[in-house]
Design a protein around this ligand. Structure first.
Ligand SMILES: [Zn+2]
Length: 502
């Protein structure tokens, strides 16, 4: 008996022994959710069409639904090549979106790097919107998620996704991440910088074995914490090529015209068979565990549904929220739901604005997650103060701004004094607490410099960490865009697994 076989036997025995105690447990059994996704992007090498077909058919036979993130030009190319068979096979799975042209220059991070929020959202929509529409037309349904080509990420894409009604960002990268777990960013479920991303290389059984070990560790860790998600991605082209289609053509900022595009070198049929064998063995290995459940992007959106949305917050809860603000602005975690700093900002501002207008509000609701500020904020000098009359009038004005602009203001005006929204929120929480305690409004309100702690979860503009993709022109940096991304950390919060999903 091979070592591998005996290990499997032991594992199966172990599972049998564990079963009774698991059945006795009162809490719903912890699940390991596996989201399996394919960046379906190579529109140059025709063998990629067959690879997508092979993978989709295999998974359908196994009863597994994956998420195929399709590039706009790939969808159009399938249509031109009359690959109705491939389109039909992929349609049995979930369809996502992976940009219009992927690596044709300039890729999203390049063109977003010189733009602010509103211009960036509009430009992303202008360049990527038509490809999204083509994917919807060709596959007959709206793609449910987006993820960037390479590491060509930009925060403005989230603004466009919200316009498109797309609720999940599905990719793998290091621009934004919250302790390796799913999070909300700009109101969108972000499955991005996750702890558990095992893969098998596609070159032989040894590689597959390593991936099994990796998955075994991931599964153990997730079960210990009550369940969670494993994110696994491939590209259909990896099964048939020796090198990526875009590296051959668009490396280091190159942008040749279409008639000069070259096909990448292809794997031999034997090499492709080894790749499929690795993948299929591994998928069957994971599928055997009773607590493993394969999910798609839209199923993840249901499991990690934002349960703060539409929730009504009474005075007792608002008091807890106000006292949790403190000197460093960040998200807040409660049982079953979380609040981003921008949601806390809206709740407390609305409360104070109502009180300033002489009303005592009933329960307040989080209707949406306002975006973070889209402009830079002024520094707050020590010793800045204002009075209650001005503070109340400012709260009313800020409430109107958020309702109309759907974002936290970059500058809050206390009459002629500009302050940062962080400093304003800190003061807002203290004022709200006084009012909730039945005290008179304070005569003088102090505004102190305050930090957006949540911004630590968004990466600095580190070229090695963020911009190492071979398609970028050498030396690419995006400092202004990453600052904008840090401001959007006002919207960041953990996504909580729903223990009783519908
Ligand atoms: Zn890609």
């Amino acid at each position: 008996m091979s070592a591998r076989l005996s290990r499997r036997l032991l594992l199966a025995l172990g599972m049998l022994l564990l079963l009774p105690s698991a059945m006795w447990a009162a809490a719903p059994a912890a699940k390991v959710y596996v989201i399996l996704w394919f960046d379906t992007e190579d529109y140059i090498l025709p063998a990629d069409d067959d690879a997508a077909l092979h993978l989709a058919d295999f998974l359908t036979r196994e009863g597994i639904r994956a998420t195929f993130k399709v590039v706009g030009e790939k969808a159009r190319e399938l249509e031109r090549r009359k690959r109705d068979d491939v389109i039909a096979a992929l349609k049995k799975h979930e369809i996502g979106y992976h940009s219009n042209w992927h690596s044709v220059q300039p890729s999203p991070a390049l063109y977003l790097s010189t733009l602010g929020w509103d211009e960036g959202v509009a430009e992303f929509d202008r360049r990527e919107g038509p490809g999204r529409d083509d994917v919807e037309r060709i596959f007959g349904r709206a793609p449910t998620c987006y993820g960037q080509p390479g590491s060509s990420w930009g925060p403005q894409s989230y603004g466009a996704m919200k316009k498109w009604g797309m609720g999940v960002y599905l990719d793998s990268g290091r621009h934004v991440g919250l302790d390796g777990k799913p999070c909300y960013y700009d109101g969108i479920l972000n499955l991005y910088q996750l702890d558990h991303r095992p893969r098998t290389a596609l070159t032989g059984p040894k590689e597959e074995q390593l991936a099994e070990d990796h998955f075994t560790d991931d599964r153990k860790a997730l079960l210990a914490e009550g369940g969670g998600i494993v994110s696994i991605y491939y590209h259909p082209c990896e099964f048939v090529h020796k090198e990526f289609w875009d590296g051959v053509n668009f490396r280091n900022g190159a942008n040749p015209p279409r008639e000069q595009w070259k096909r990448p070198a292809q794997k031999s049929p034997e090499e492709t068979k080894i790749a499929y064998d690795n993948f299929e063995t591994w998928i069957r290995f994971m599928k055997r565990f009773p607590e493993v459940q394969f999910i798609t992007a839209s199923e993840a959106a249901k499991l990690y549904r934002d349960r703060a949305r539409g929730r009504r917050f009474g005075s007792a809860e608002l008091k807890i929220i106000a006292s949790a603000v403190g000197d460093e602005i960040s998200f807040q975690k409660y049982k079953g739901y979380t609040l981003s700093a921008s949601e806390v900002f809206v709740l407390l501002n609305e409360y104070v604005a109502e009180r300033a207008a002489g009303r005592t509000p009933g329960a307040l609701e989080v209707k949406e997650t306002p975006f973070g500020p889209t402009s830079a904020s002024p520094a707050v000098a020590d010793g800045t103060t204002t009075d209650w009359s001005q503070f109340g009038r400012t709260a009313a004005d800020v409430a109107d701004f958020v309702r109309k602009q759907h974002r936290v203001p970059g500058t809050v005006w206390l009459g002629s004094k500009p302050v940062s929204p962080e400093a304003y929120l800190r003061a807002l929480a203290l004022v709200a607490l006084d009012l909730m305690d039945g005290k008179q409004p304070p005569e003088t309100i102090e505004i102190k410099p305050t930090k957006l702690k949540a911004a630590d979860y968004v990466s600095d503009d580190d070229p090695k960490k963020l911009w190492g993709w071979v398609i970028f022109p050498p030396g690419f940096r995006a400092p202004a865009m990453m600052k904008l991304a840090k401001r959007q950390a006002w919207t960041l919060k953990p996504a909580v697994l729903d223990p009783n999903p519908e």
